[in-house]
Design a protein around this ligand. Structure first.
Ligand SMILES: [Zn+2]
Length: 342
């Protein structure tokens, strides 16, 4: 019997929040040409609804859980709809249940107001809220946040891929929801991921003092700083992308680049590849003035003091940037000493 769970090698970053649980992804096509229908015929099926990028979340015993549906959520759908339209067989839950994603668009988002109950076929479920992945993931357990990440990534790709990139013809969902088929050419089209690098730039001076360089984006509120990031360009290696982005955004040359871990970031379809990069020169740091308006070196003591005083806002725990900073810091990141939200 094949194992139902795989083992991941641990990342040096520890547990980043998205996509790190070793879920068993769908390989049902080995056994059936209609994995969605087979899953819906299983009484244990867990159906995850995704509507306009939001997922239903329920509070239970002080914890947040995905509000899974049973097959009855799809009752009344025509057989042809159930089999191949906007449904995907994501895989097998750790409890053995097949997991199906239902990502039917229900309503144009412009008709929705925040907090509105979802229109259409969702009956009143007063104990649930519809939440985006960024809001929900930190409150879900590792397995559920991973299913939610896969769901958002896959559904977003489908919604953006109604036409064949080669010939422009219409496409339809296939392979149990993991591909699309060009109706004119019979060409298979698979989900795309855009690689992006994100890097913690470090420096150790002649006295052995270690510092981390962070940047402030022109788009951010005062006090917010993070690591440096950017998309990998056509024909570019990861190492070259790290060196280029740090040079462009912070004026720094790096002579060593070390991979630390990755995180899917399906907004809409990035894979963040996290690095630590060693700067050759402390004094060269300067912002590009376009994307980055300030850069600043921090010792661990300075980072700790600034965060505790509320003057430095670091990225939230859902992002790999947070974990790259904590990886350098050496322990969980400090928090502000008083709640400064007002
Ligand atoms: Zn085509």
């Amino acid at each position: 019997m094949r194992p139902t769970r795989h083992v991941f090698p641990a990342s040096p970053l520890g547990t980043v929040l998205l996509g790190t649980y070793p879920v068993t992804r769908s390989d049902a096509e080995r056994e059936t040409d209609d994995p969605v229908a087979a899953a819906l015929g299983d009484a244990r099926v867990l159906v995850l609804e995704l509507r306009d990028g939001t997922l239903p979340v329920r509070e239970a015993d002080g914890a947040a859980r995905l509000a899974w549906r049973g097959a009855e959520a799809l009752a009344g759908e025509g057989a042809e709809r159930r089999g191949d339209q906007e449904l995907a067989h994501l895989g097998t839950h750790s409890d053995g249940s097949p997991v199906v994603l239902d990502f039917r668009p229900e309503s144009p988002p412009e008709q929705m107001e925040a907090g509105d109950p979802w229109p259409g076929d969702l009956p009143g479920r007063p104990d649930e809220t519809w939440e985006g992945l960024r809001e929900a993931a930190p409150r879900l357990d590792a397995e559920e946040s991973t299913w939610a990440t896969i769901a958002v990534a896959l559904a977003t790709w489908h919604s953006e891929s109604p036409h064949c990139p080669a010939c422009g013809s219409a496409t339809r969902i296939s392979h149990g929801g993991w591909a699309r088929l060009c109706l004119a050419e019979d060409r298979e089209i698979f989900p795309r991921t855009d690689p992006a690098i994100i890097a913690a730039v470090t420096h150790t001076d002649d006295d052995g003092v270690e510092r981390l360089l962070l940047g402030h984006s022109t788009r951010w509120p005062e006090g917010r700083f993070s690591t440096f990031a950017g998309f990998v360009e056509a024909g570019e290696s990861l190492e070259a992308a790290v060196a280029r982005e740090i040079w462009e955004e912070a004026g720094i040359t790096v002579d060593r680049v070390e991979y630390r871990g990755s995180q899917p970031w399906p907004f809409p379809r990035s894979l963040m590849l996290g690095f630590r990069a060693r700067a050759t020169d402390l004094d060269a740091a300067r912002p590009d003035g376009r994307e980055i308006s300030r850069v600043r070196w921090f010792t661990r003591e300075e980072l700790d003091a600034e965060v505790r005083a509320g003057r430095l806002i670091l990225p939230g725990a859902v992002s790999i940037a947070h974990h790259l900073i904590a990886d350098w810091y050496g322990e969980p990141l400090p928090e502000p000493e008083e709640d400064r939200t007002f």
